[in-house]
Design a protein around this ligand. Structure first.
Ligand code: F6R
Length: 602
């Protein structure tokens, strides 16, 4: 996915931009480029290769106090050097880097050509450079010129504009594609992702949609009255692989620490409850909640399903989950006594953001469960719970999902304790939550056994993931993980539904992963395994229930936990299983084909 970085300040911009682009490489790209102002002229360097190639191409001795850089993932036009950003106008005055897609690009390009402008690239972005240059030719601030142009632009953008005649500033704009300002001491950074900034500053401001800002070394003007900077939790090491082969494996192994962080300060032993100050609801308001509804997309939706079960079990009020992408389009009935929870790692997913906006319009009560502090969904909700998983780099969500589920256990505990959950019941959950990080470490210590099972089944073209009740969202998330990173077709089914149709598909070529928590449904799950095996199907059982070794073709064990919390543990080996199947198949695990880490456009 495209990445943006920009700098204005006391340092030489060139190494700052190159370093920033290097930090954005993990998002995937096909070309890169940067523009600085050197001796009063724009100096542009581009490559159809890697950031390292760009570094090699840079002219020695180029210094500048201002510049912009970009990693491009082609949308309009081939991934070649000409189409790489930054793009400029014909006179070489304005340079632009842009993320997103301009929907009326063709019309804008036609208009420019009709006006006699010679377009040299196939991109939508080049049109912006020419249009801004034309507007900037009139007197007035660059920001005003950019605003006038953006009125004619349809689509999504994160944009940074450099004007050779105003080398003390950059103009930035956001509409649907993240832009974050990094505040330094007499220097200012801008990027599409904090990964590019954390080496220099942790004080950031996330632009809102529709916002245009001018940044200078000493200050920024966003047009909004006052903006309080956010301190980002991320550190440079979060974006480095260290001893791991890829980020997914690294993030799977970070889960014990991520869990410790999400629980820190939130377990109240004295009253056997949870502390979630950010949701801003007192005991009376919590008691008034009649239903909880989780909204999210993909894995965040499956985490919401886990959350719905946890809330129903612990708080004994109805709870369910729905894909935010459906909710926003179906004109939902919004109930004022329902607590809606918008679930999102990135905090930028457009469908979830739109669902929140729809809820707010209809007077719904919505809180966020978001990982990225300062992101759009968190800000739109205004209150909620941060997931504290740390930056998640791999496209496939692992530690964020685990922290979502743990957060929903805290929410269930909190609502439960103002209702009918006894102090003893609360203490049992508090102790169970506290045990989770170490239990996840024990699962991960067995990675080799899981890898061995993965290698045995890596030749399968299709797989079933079977679970019932607590095992059901786990099965769905497990199938999702396998599909997205290995490209093996996987389908999740409720165990009880098998014999109503899908059992017909079982044969020696269709292995099934069966989730067996240690609850009162163990016998039923064992019988499901037997039914599959009786039809020649191979089974991987993932269980905390101490099943005999010969019950399945492979048995992956997790520690026994408090029953309500077991989905959190049972999910972990499924991540590892998918990971090792994908690795065996030689997939690009961190950047699966056709997928983006955050889906900010329709
Ligand atoms: C799956 C995955 C996606 C995301 C989904 C929502 O591993 O990563 O399904 O869960 O796109 O993203 P967020 O949580 O950022 O809203």
């Amino acid at each position: 996915m495209c990445g943006i970085v920009g700098y204005v300040g006391k340092r030489n911009a060139v190494p700052v931009l190159v370093e920033g682009l290097h930090r954005l490489e993990y998002r995937g790209y096909d070309s890169a480029g940067l523009a600085v102002v050197h001796r009063g002229r724009l100096q542009i360097t581009k490559t159809a290769g890697r950031v390292q190639d760009l570094r090699d191409k840079l002219r020695e001795g180029v210094r500048s106090s201002v510049g912009i850089g970009h990693t491009r993932w082609a949308t309009h036009g081939e991934p070649n050097e000409v189409n790489a950003h930054p793009h400029t106008d014909s006179s070489g005055r304005i340079a632009v880097v842009h993320n997103g897609i301009i929907e009326n690009a063709e019309q804008l390009r036609d208009q420019l050509q009709a006006d006699g402008v010679r377009l040299v690239t196939d991109t939508d972005t080049e049109a912006l450079a020419h249009m801004i240059a034309a507007e900037a030719a009139q007197d007035g601030a660059l920001e005003d010129a950019v605003r006038r142009v953006l009125r004619r632009v349809e689509g999504a953008y994160g944009l940074v504009v450099l004007d050779v005649r105003r080398p003390d500033q950059l103009v930035v704009a956001r509409n649907g594609s993240p832009i974050v300002l990094g505040l330094g001491e007499n220097e200012m950074f801008v990027a599409s992702d904090v990964a590019a900034l954390v080496r220099y500053t942790r004080q950031v401001i996330y632009l809102d949609d529709g916002e245009v800002a001018t940044i200078r070394a000493a200050d920024y003007q966003t047009g909004m009255t006052s903006r309080t900077p956010t301190t980002v939790e991320a550190e440079t090491g979060d974006y480095e692989l260290g001893p791991y082969a890829d980020f997914m494996n690294k993030e799977i192994h970070e889960q014990p620490d991520a869990l410790r962080r999400v629980l820190r300060g939130r377990l109240d032993d004295r009253f056997a409850t949870a502390r979630l100050g950010g949701i801003n609801l007192d005991a009376r308001q919590l008691r008034g909640i009649r239903q909880v509804k989780f909204l999210g997309c993909g894995s965040a939706y499956y985490a919401g399903q886990m959350g719905a079960l946890l809330v129903e079990e612990l708080a004994r009020i109805p709870a369910d989950a729905e894909p935010a992408s459906e909710f926003r389009y179906r004109s939902p009935v919004v109930d004022p006594d329902t607590l809606y929870v918008a679930v999102s790692q990135s905090g930028e997913t457009i469908d979830t953001l739109m669902a929140v906006q729809e809820l707010k319009r209809k007077g719904g009560q919505v809180i966020g469960a978001v990982n990225v502090v300062g992101s759009a969904i968190g800000r739109e909700c205004g209150s909620g719970v941060f997931l504290h998983a740390g930056p998640e780099v791999a496209v496939a969500s692992t530690k964020a999902l685990t922290n979502m589920a743990a957060t929903f256990a805290l929410l269930g505990l909190l609502i439960g304790r103002v209702r009918d959950l006894s102090a003893a019941g609360g203490q049992r959950i508090v102790a169970g939550l506290r045990a989770l990080p170490e239990q996840v470490s024990r699962i991960l210590a067995d990675e080799e056994a899981i890898a061995a099972a993965a290698h045995r089944f890596a030749g399968a073209e299709h797989m079933f993931y079977i679970g019932r009740v607590r095992g059901w969202p786990v099965a769905r998330e497990g199938a999702q993980k396998l599909k997205e990173i290995s490209y093996v077709h996987a389908e999740a089914y409720q165990a009880g539904e098998l014999k109503h149709g899908p059992l017909a598909l079982i044969d020696g070529s269709m292995p099934s992963v069966v989730i067996v928590p240690s609850d009162d449904l163990v016998a039923k799950n064992i019988s499901t395994i037997e039914q599959i095996r009786a039809r020649g199907g191979r089974v991987i059982a993932v269980t905390s229930a101490g099943l005999p070794e010969d019950l399945a073709d492979a048995v992956i064990r997790v520690p026994r936990a408090e029953p309500e919390l077991e989905p959190i543990l049972l999910n972990v080996p499924l991540q590892t299983l998918a990971y090792h199947m994908a690795a065996k198949l030689g997939r690009d695990i961190d950047k699966p084909r056709n997928l983006a880490k955050s889906v900010t456009v329709e």
